[in-house]
Design a protein around this ligand. Structure first.
Ligand SMILES: NC(=O)C1=CN([C@@H]2O[C@H](COP(=O)(O)OP(=O)(O)OC[C@H]3O[C@@H](n4cnc5c(N)ncnc54)[C@H](O)[C@@H]3O)[C@@H](O)[C@H]2O)[C@H](O)CC1
Ligand SMILES: [K+]
Length: 495
């Protein structure tokens, strides 16, 4: 799914309106989509307190108020009465609302303490039109609303957030439990500093012009299920273990054998035909007993001191590797003698960061840093939006894929495209999750998935398996090994 800027969404609205539907009917459609969702998800609610701005986001709110009232809910509307300068469509909806006797129209300043547990606050103050910091009046209102302990729904965007950039520090932002957004994810929903205000996101289809959406150029995408269905290749009949590639997972050191073990198991569960673990001898017994399907290649006693080059294999290097001098030398010797794409993770990235010898990374390789590893490799940035911009530069310069791990992991391609993943949960923020991802990616690439597609599929699969593990064990209790055991269920649901 494409992600558009506020400016592009505005153009998309115009293209939709030019092609038949009037702007007031488009607003009605948007409001109806919200009300349909609210009716299903807030059946028990009695009273909706709807806060409306004067632009089209406010217009949506005014229409939602009318429609909810018609469905039998109690509705109170809050507006800025002292200075009413509605947009044309908001004005029409305001007039329609005034005709209804049963809806109280209050001033923002009339908001009282709401302690009715069946009340819901709806934020329709500003949407993608926000283009400067909020005035103090709005800031105070938002701070007051944020304190009220009832469920909160934002229409299109939580007020105070921009669609596509980060806020100034200390901005007031409405803290939603649910954001009902029209047609597209907005970039701000996907970054940690801003996304935490959105709660659960529901994308509501309002049939915006599909020709415009197909043709509009963007570097930013969300990885959704329909994209994955196009990427997934069911296994062919009449195949053998040689048909599904050879994965070699390199890592482990004394005390950190579990990391490479988890990568190995993940590669197997993702379908790798032949799977090897290249690790120090101290890991042999553990690996052979825990993962008998994998083959063991001993390189060193307590740490990796050599990397063997094998034909037609895909290498995933780094989990539990450590940074011993000999290990560093082994990695550099390997990178100097081997030019095929590989997956580099964890200590392999830390070793590269310390040497700053990043040109040794073979073209089309995949690196999987978390934000701190990214910083060690490429330097500090001010915030996560800047980090993505730097990643685009580096992916292009080095001609590699960067899988930037975060709450919403982003895949950045050498062509500077950015794909945000929306599967996964905070139960995956635990040591070992990254090792699992390395195994999954190595396995998919060894099965001849195109590298970009392997990255998109891999991060999505990882998150999806994590969601299944959280559903069974809770986010607190789920382990990376539970996630590995759910990979199969994700494949079952795909086929
Ligand atoms: N395709 C869709 O997504 C549809 C969206 N709809 C809704 O329309 C809003 C966008 O409406 P717009 O009138 O362009 O902007 P806002 O309501 O967000 O803002 C109004 C207006 O306010 C001014 N402004 C900007 N920043 C500030 C500020 N800090 N303080 C005061 N005033 C400010 C500026 O001039 C804005 O234009 C979208 O989010 C949807 O909710 C349609 O209803 C259906 C199709
Ligand atoms: K809003």
């Amino acid at each position: 799914m494409k992600i558009l800027t506020a400016d592009q969404i505005k153009k998309c609205d115009s293209a939709t309106i030019e092609n038949g539907i009037s702007s007031i009917n488009l607003m009605e459609k948007a409001a109806n989509a919200c009300v349909d969702w609210i009716q299903v998800n807030f059946k028990q609610a009695k009273r909706f307190l709807i806060f409306c701005g004067q632009g089209n986001n406010g217009g949506d709110g005014l229409a939602i108020a009318r429609l909810l009232y018609e469905k039998g809910f109690d509705v109170e509307v809050f507006i800025e009465k002292n200075q009413m300068k509605f947009s044309a469509d908001a004005e029409i909806n305001f007039k329609r609302l005034k005709l209804i006797k049963g809806i109280d129209i209050n001033n923002f300043s009339d908001v009282l303490i709401v302690n009715n547990e069946k009340s819901v606050i709806v934020d329709a103050l500003f949407g993608y039109g926000l283009n400067r910091e909020l005035s103090n009046d709005f800031k105070n209102l938002i701070e007051k609303l944020n304190q009220i302990p009832v469920p909160k729904i934002s229409i299109d965007i939580p007020t105070g957030l921009y669609a596509d950039k980060i806020n100034e520090e200390e901005s007031a932002i409405f803290k939603a439990d649910f954001t009902l957004t029209f047609q597209f994810y907005k970039r701000s929903f996907l970054h940690p500093e801003t996304g935490k205000f959105c709660g659960k996101i529901e994308v509501l289809d309002i049939d915006l012009n599909s020709k415009f959406i197909d043709e509009v150029k963007t570097d930013y995408f969300v990885i959704d299920g329909s994209l994955i269905r196009k990427i997934y290749k069911p296994r062919e009949d009449f195949s053998n273990k040689g048909s599904f590639g050879k994965s070699i997972l390199i890592g482990g050191s004394y005390g950190k054998i579990g990391a490479v073990l988890m990568s190995t198991l993940s590669a197997l569960r993702t379908g790798s035909g032949l799977t090897f673990t290249m690790a120090p001898e101290c890991g042999n017994l553990i690996l052979q007993s825990q993962v008998p399907e994998a083959m063991f290649i001993g390189v060193g006693e307590k740490y990796v001191d050599d990397i063997e080059v094998q034909e037609k294999a895909v290498y995933g290097i780094g989990p539990g590797l450590g940074k011993e001098k000999q290990t560093q030398k082994a990695l550099f010797d390997f990178l100097k003698s081997y030019q095929n794409p590989m997956i580099l993770d964890a200590d392999a990235l830390n070793i590269l960061a310390e040497s700053q010898n990043l040109n040794l990374i073979p073209k089309n390789s995949v690196i999987t840093p978390h934000p701190l590893e990214f910083e060690r490799l490429f330097g500090k940035t001010q915030n996560s939006f800047d980090r993505i911009e730097l990643a685009k530069e580096k992916a292009e310069e080095l001609q590699i894929f960067i899988v930037l791990k975060d709450h919403h992991t982003a895949v950045i391609t050498p062509e500077r495209k950015v794909y945000y993943n929306i599967t996964g949960n905070s139960g995956m923020a635990k040591g070992g999750s990254g090792d699992v991802l390395t195994g999954i990616l190595t396995s998919l690439i060894s099965q001849k998935y195109d590298i970009e597609k392997a990255c998109l599929f891999g991060v999505w699969l990882h998150g999806k398996a994590g969601d299944l593990a959280a559903a069974e064990f809770s986010e607190e209790s789920m382990l990376p090994t539970d996630l590995i055991n759910k990979i199969g269920e994700v494949f079952q649901n795909l086929s």
